[in-house]
Design a protein around this ligand. Structure first.
Ligand code: SF4
Length: 424
C-alpha cells in the first residue's frame, strides 16, 4: 500500500477532532451540556463562552461519507420514507440516529440539550431540525437571519440579528449552562478567532502565487476545518493556523506546489476556480483526477460556506454581538446570485485562473440553484472556459468516477485549446 502524505497541520487537526468526539462521548457522564448547530452562521464563541459543547450534524455526515459509512445510513433514512431528493446530509444524519447515534469515530454522540438554528439561508436546515425536534425532547432556538437580497448587509439587518442573540439566545444559554454571560470571556474568544482568521485568509490568498503552494478546494476543506467548526475562538485553533502558515511559507520559499496524498505536485499545469461542495464518499479519487492532470484549484466558493473572511469580515471583540450577527449574515449561501457571480468572477481574475468549474451537487439546492446561469455569466465576464460536473455529497450512488474523469479530461483539453488560440 502506498504511503499517504499528510501535512503536520492535518495530523494536528485530526487529533483536535478526535479529542472533541471523545469529549462528546463523555459529555453525559460528566454532566456537560450539548448544543447541536450548523456550520454556516455558527456561534461557536458564544457556545464556548458557556462551556457548552457544539455538535455539527453536517460535519458528522461528511465524516461518515469520507469513512464510507454514509451509504448505509442514507438507505436506512430512505427505508423510513425520506425521499431520494432530500439533502443527503440530512438522510445520513437521520440514518445515523436510527442506527444508534454512533459518531463517525465510532464513539456515541450525546443527545442535544439545545437545537440552535442560527442560519436560515438554506430551508433544509429548518426542516432538518424539525425532524430532530420530533425525536429529542429539548428546546429549540431559531435566529432569523435575513437574506442578502440586495447584496449588502444593512445596519438594520445587523441590529435585528444581534438583538435576537442578546435577548433570546443568551438567556437560553444562561439557563442551559446555569452561568451568566461573561462578556470579557466572549471578547477573548473573539480576539482569538480574529487572529486565526487572519492566518486563514493569508493561507487562502497564498494561491495567488505561481505555483500555488496550496490546493484551495481539496486542501482547502482541511484548512477551513477548525475555524468553521467547534474550535473557533480556542487557543488550539490559533495554534493550528500558525502551524499551517509556517508549512505554506516553507513551500513558498522552496517554490513548491501543494501537497497531495501522493506527495508534492510536480508541475502546475492548470489553475481553476471551483464552485460547489466536493464529493466526500470518493474524495481521494476525485482529488486525484485533478492532480494527475497537474490541475490546482486556486480558489473555491465552498471554502466560504462558513464565512467569507477573504472579503474582509473578521470577528470583532470590540463589537461582539454586531460582529457575530454580521458573520451569520455574510456566509456564502446567504449571498444573492449577482453577488455570487461577482465573487467567482473576481476569483478567476485575482487568482489568474485558466478556467472555472462547477461541481453541481444533486441534493443541495442552496448551491445548485442558478449554477447554469452562474456558469454562463462567469464565462462571459472572464472569457475563460467553464466546465460542469455532477456528483453528490455523501451518497455513493451518485458518484460516477469514469464519467467525471472523462469530463475533466475534456475540460482540461479545452483549456489547452484556448491557450493555443491565444498564442497563435
Ligand atoms: S441542502 Fe445544501 S446547504 Fe442545505 S443542508 Fe443540505 S448540503 Fe447544506
Amino acid at each position: 500500500m502506498s504511503t499517504i502524505h499528510k501535512e503536520e497541520s492535518m495530523v494536528m487537526q485530526k487529533t483536535m477532532i478526535a479529542d472533541h468526539f471523545e469529549q462528546l462521548a463523555r459529555a453525559q457522564q460528566e454532566g456537560r451540556k450539548v448544543v447541536y448547530t450548523f456550520v454556516p452562521g455558527n456561534l461557536t464563541e458564544l457556545i464556548l463562552a458557556f462551556d457548552l459543547l457544539p455538535v455539527h450534524p453536517e460535519i458528522n455526515a461528511l465524516q461518515s461519507g469520507m469513512r464510507k459509512i454514509s451509504g448505509d445510513y442514507i438507505r436506512e433514512a430512505e427505508r423510513l420514507g425520506h425521499s431520494e431528493d432530500v439533502c443527503t446530509y440530512v438522510k445520513c444524519d437521520v440514518g445515523m440516529l436510527m442506527k444508534g447515534n454512533l459518531g463517525p469515530t465510532g464513539r456515541p454522540l450525546p443527545p442535544p440539550d439545545l437545537l440552535l438554528l442560527s442560519y436560515t439561508g438554506c430551508f433544509t436546515f429548518m426542516k432538518w431540525f424539525e425532524i430532530l425536534r420530533s425525536h429529542y425532547d429539548c428546546p429549540v432556538i431559531m435566529i432569523q437571519v435575513p437574506y442578502q437580497g440586495d447584496g449588502r448587509i444593512t445596519p438594520e439587518m445587523t441590529d435585528y440579528v444581534s438583538e435576537q442573540l442578546r435577548k433570546e439566545l443568551v438567556p437560553a444559554l444562561e439557563k442551559l449552562s446555569g452561568k451568566r454571560l461573561d462578556e470579557e470571556r466572549l471578547r477573548a474568544l473573539l480576539q482569538r478567532s480574529r487572529v486565526a482568521e487572519e492566518n486563514l485568509v493569508w493561507a487562502l490568498e497564498s494561491a495567488k502565487r505561481r505555483p500555488s503552494p496550496i490546493d484551495a478546494y481539496f486542501g482547502g476543506v482541511y484548512y477551513i476545518g477548525p475555524i468553521f467548526t467547534a474550535f473557533r475562538g480556542t487557543q488550539a485553533c490559533v495554534d493550528y493556523y500558525a502551524l499551517l502558515r509556517r508549512e505554506i511559507e516553507a513551500r513558498l520559499e522552496a517554490g513548491q506546489g501543494p501537497l497531495t496524498p501522493d506527495g508534492l505536485l510536480a508541475e502546475e499545469k492548470y489553475r481553476v476556480v471551483v464552485e460547489g461542495p466536493p464529493n466526500w464518499t470518493s474524495f481521494r479519487e476525485f482529488w486525484k483526477m485533478f492532480y494527475d492532470e497537474g490541475a490546482v484549484v486556486v480558489a473555491s466558493s465552498y471554502t466560504k460556506v462558513g464565512g467569507t473572511y477573504d472579503r474582509g469580515f473578521r470577528h470583532d471583540p470590540a463589537r461582539p454581538f454586531a460582529s457575530l450577527a454580521e458573520y451569520c449574515l455574510g456566509c456564502y449561501t446567504n449571498l444573492n446570485l449577482p453577488d455570487r457571480v461577482q465573487m467567482l468572477t473576481d476569483y478567476v481574475r485575482d487568482y489568474a485562473a485558466d478556467g472555472f468549474l462547477i461541481n453541481s451537487i444533486k441534493s443541495c439546492n442552496s448551491f445548485s440553484a442558478g449554477q447554469l446561469l452562474i456558469l454562463r455569466e462567469v464565462e462571459r465576464r472572464t472569457g475563460k472556459p467553464g466546465g460542469f460536473i455532477e456528483s453528490d455529497l455523501v451518497d455513493p450512488r451518485y458518484f460516477s468516477g469514469a464519467n467525471i474523469k472523462n469530463r475533466l479530461e475534456s475540460y482540461f483539453q479545452m483549456i489547452d485549446l484556448k491557450r493555443q488560440e491565444q498564442y497563435s
